[in-house]
Design a protein around this ligand. Structure first.
Ligand SMILES: [Zn+2]
Length: 158
C-alpha cells in the first residue's frame, strides 16, 4: 500500500493555472461512461470528516466512472467515498488536505482504470467502478495531453 501511495505522488504534478484550466475543461479529464457531481449533503459530510466549517467547499466535486452506484447498497458513489477511504491512510490524509484546501493546481497523470482501495461510505463494500475525480485544483490528464498543453504554454499558444 505504501508503494501505491508513493506512485500516486510521482504521478501528481503541480501545473500553472492556465494549463490546469485547459485540462479541467477537457472532456477527457473524466474518463468513463458517466460523469456526475457529489451531492450537497455528501459535501457537507466531507466537511465534517475533515473538520472544516460548513460550506467551506464551494466548487463542484466531480467524479466519473462506468457505474454510479455501490454494487451492494446502491448508494451513489462520489467524493465522500473517496475522502472517507483516503482518511484510512496517513498518505491519504495529506493528499486530501492538499487537494481540497490547497491553492496549488495539480494534474494527476496516472491512468485511472479504477481508483484503488475505494470503499463505500455506507456499507464498506469495495468499489471498483469509479475511474476519476476532479475539483477546482485537481484534475486528471493523459501524460501526452499534459505534455502538449505545457508545450503550448511555453510557446504562448495556449
Ligand atoms: Zn454500499
Amino acid at each position: 500500500m505504501d508503494n501505491e501511495s508513493n506512485k500516486t505522488h510521482q504521478n501528481t504534478r503541480p501545473v500553472s493555472n492556465r494549463v490546469f484550466k485547459a485540462v479541467y475543461d477537457s472532456p477527457a479529464s473524466l474518463p468513463g461512461n458517466h460523469k456526475w457531481v457529489t451531492k450537497e449533503e455528501d459535501v457537507r459530510q466531507i466537511e465534517k470528516l475533515l473538520g472544516m466549517p460548513e460550506h467551506t467547499i464551494g466548487a463542484p466535486l466531480w467524479v466519473s466512472g462506468d457505474d454510479h452506484y455501490c454494487p451492494k447498497c446502491q448508494r451513489e458513489i462520489n467524493w465522500l467515498d473517496i475522502v472517507s477511504s483516503a482518511l484510512n491512510s496517513v498518505h491519504g490524509k495529506e493528499m486530501i488536505a492538499k487537494v481540497i484546501l490547497g491553492q496549488r493546481k495539480f494534474v494527476n497523470v496516472e491512468a485511472p482504470k479504477a481508483i484503488a482501495n475505494l470503499r463505500c461510505w455506507n456499507c464498506q463494500a469495495l468499489i471498483e467502478n469509479l475511474r476519476s475525480f476532479k475539483c477546482h485544483n485537481w484534475a486528471y490528464a493523459k501524460p501526452a495531453l499534459l505534455e502538449m498543453l505545457e508545450l503550448m504554454e511555453k510557446k504562448g499558444t495556449l
